[in-house]
Design a protein around this ligand. Sequence first.
Ligand SMILES: Cc1cc2nc3c(=O)[nH]c(=O)nc-3n(C[C@H](O)[C@H](O)[C@H](O)COP(=O)(O)OP(=O)(O)OC[C@H]3O[C@@H](n4cnc5c(N)ncnc54)[C@H](O)[C@@H]3O)c2cc1C
Length: 309
Amino acid sequence: MASTHHKLIILGGGPAGLTAGLYAARSRMDHLLIEKGAEGGQVLLTDWIDNYPGFTDGISGFDLADKMAAHARRFDMNSMFGNVVSIDLSKPVKQLTLEDGASLSCDTLIICSGAHPRPLGIPGEKEFIGKGVSYCGTCDAPFYRNQHVAVVGGGNTAVQEAEHLTKFADKVTLIHRRDELRATKILQERAFDNPKIDFIWDSHVKEITGKDGVEQLQILNNEGKYSTLDVDGIFILIGVLPNNEMLPLEDLEADEGGFIPTDTETRTAVAGVMAAGDIRSKEVRQIINAAGEGATAVLAAEDYLTNLS
Ligand SMILES: Cc1cc2nc3c(=O)[nH]c(=O)nc-3n(C[C@H](O)[C@H](O)[C@H](O)COP(=O)(O)OP(=O)(O)OC[C@H]3O[C@@H](n4cnc5c(N)ncnc54)[C@H](O)[C@@H]3O)c2cc1C
């Protein structure tokens, strides 16, 4: 099998990886970015992005991904398609194995493998992503001005985002599978006091229906009774899952959710390994901070390489 060594390997081609690719290429480092799907990552899952600076009228997810990749290519970013299936960080030279058996190595690695929203896994969910199904209140709330939206979940994120949504929507119905919320008491109190938030307890959304976008939710309560709720959108906020199946989680001292802790410069517990973007252990997962961390990570990688030689 061919084996290729690079000073820097960037794992993942979402906003964090593409920004790292831009910075590495622009500073003429010997680098390689590996992406298993389409460059852009989760940005490709969203129809319209309204909160990335510089695009005053917003930009489609596809166009932003395309522009980020083209920007890095202007400086000759070196990239390949490949699915990294395992990583050995036990020695100073890091080893990566791809699904096709190819083996690659590097002196420094930036992990930008991202995350994905935990889905409900119900009919209608996939079909209506970007057409009323959202996994990010911070991103999509302004699209629901004066409308009725549902939020599914009972943790801090769901309750906080339900409150955020009331700044735009006329009505927010929070649907939870239990009879009490898991969110911290102060968040609960604020939600209970908010006249725009309604609650449906002990219930599961079983199906999302509509024509060109979300129109109704089919809800089943714990007593076996079905009901229909008319809504313009549904925010599924039941957690985020890290893309970490190929990572040596013990070496990286992953947190209990499987995300990778770093210092402020994105350095992980393993010397010469950085983590940037949604895979990092953190509270806010947005394109802007993924990109920022990708840039920081390259500077940390450069610093590591300078001290190596
Ligand atoms: C529906 C939706 C809407 C959103 N809307 C907005 C918004 O409007 N504004 C905003 O700021 N944020 C938004 N976000 C959040 C934003 O998309 C993420 O914070 C951002 O994409 C994170 O970038 P990342 O590079 O860290 O990870 P990702 O975007 O997750 O990219 C990771 C990349 O790594 C690749 N990868 C993973 N594992 C491997 C492997 N083993 N081998 C090779 N490649 C691998 C993946 O294929 C992927 O391309 C939204 C998220 C979702 C899900």
